[in-house]
Write a protein that binds this ligand. Structure first.
Ligand code: ZN
Length: 140
């Protein structure tokens, strides 16, 4: 008898879990008194900033990379509201946020009346972190 083949009717094993669409835990955050910021990195060779922190530069391959705190302010590049998910309660909104340090990241977005290019700021949530339009921080 031939064992079941992946993708051919085999039952998923315990290692199968729903995909996460964003980084949603608080291990990438640090609060140093002036507010919560994201823990990223910057390359000493080319200056490229990354989030989350990398050991090797994604741009030039250098290992001369140091920790850099990023945010909390950014600009909402674009966003969408998700209505079907296997891993989170719906609906929820995610978007690409451009940080002043030149990093674009995908994150949860809270708030109302969202429009592209609006100013957003980092906030913490029960699930990790999100961005909220400046002036709507109390909604987080
Ligand atoms: Zn580099």
């Amino acid at each position: 008898m031939t064992p079941p083949q992946p993708g051919l009717g085999a039952e998923p094993g315990p290692e199968v879990a729903p995909l996460r669409d964003i980084i949603a835990d608080q291990s990438h955050l640090r609060d140093e008194g002036a507010g919560t910021r994201l823990i990223g990195s910057v390359c000493a060779a080319c200056g490229t900033a990354c989030f989350p922190r990398r050991e090797v530069c994604l741009n030039c391959g250098s290992r001369d990379v140091a920790e850099r705190l990023l945010g909390p302010n950014g600009s909402l590049y674009t966003f969408t509201t998700v209505h079907v998910s296997s891993s989170r309660a719906v609906p929820y909104t995610i978007g690409y946020v451009d940080l002043a340090e030149g990093v674009r990241l995908l994150a949860s977005v809270l708030g109302e009346d969202l429009v592209p290019d609006m100013a957003v700021t980092l906030t913490t949530t029960d699930e990790g972190f999100a961005f909220v339009p400046r002036g709507q921080e109390k909604l987080a």
